[in-house]
Design a binder for this molecule. Sequence first.
Ligand SMILES: [Ca+2]
Ligand SMILES: [Ca+2]
Ligand SMILES: [Ca+2]
Length: 191
Amino acid sequence: MSPENFLSSSLWTARVKTYFKLMDVNGDGFLSPSDFDEIASRMLQIEGNQSKAEEIRELFRSLYQYIVAGGAAINSNTKVSEEEFLTNAAKAVTSVESPPEVARKKNEVFFDLIDTDNSGNISCDEYRKYLAIYSGREDLDMADQAFKSIDIDGDGLIDREEFIEGHIRYWFEDGSDQSFSPLPYGPLVTP
Ligand SMILES: [Ca+2]
Ligand SMILES: [Ca+2]
Ligand SMILES: [Ca+2]
């Protein structure tokens, strides 16, 4: 699968644009290290996550550098446009250096951060609080739609496998299989 396969899929590009909008915290139309730092800081404010401060900051730094900026050198003035992000994301999901296994590991970390009571499952309430980190407010409809799209067995909880599978599919499936199209970040932006 080549980057072009992904870039020619309107479903996949809508997924990437949805993530772009989510992460552009200051709404200036670019992804900057400061957007990612801000999300990391907000995630730190969730109860139980303070002890993981360095892990969380590093997670977001590495997401920014390797996925958003495509591995290029970055500094505090780096700005990545939506167009550049699409290109870099398509490269990332087809590169042998960032196989799904690496993404699995990152999603393991996210799972543990969102599962704040360490029950081994993400509840609807935990997922709402997680998505509110990005938008700055709890949006029940949006969060519930996202939650249900990943809770494949419909038991009202997201287990580790469902969480990872939902995210891997979101990024690494080119949009040709529409039988399972998870929405971990909520409804997709319209093109
Ligand atoms: Ca921004
Ligand atoms: Ca939990
Ligand atoms: Ca479930």
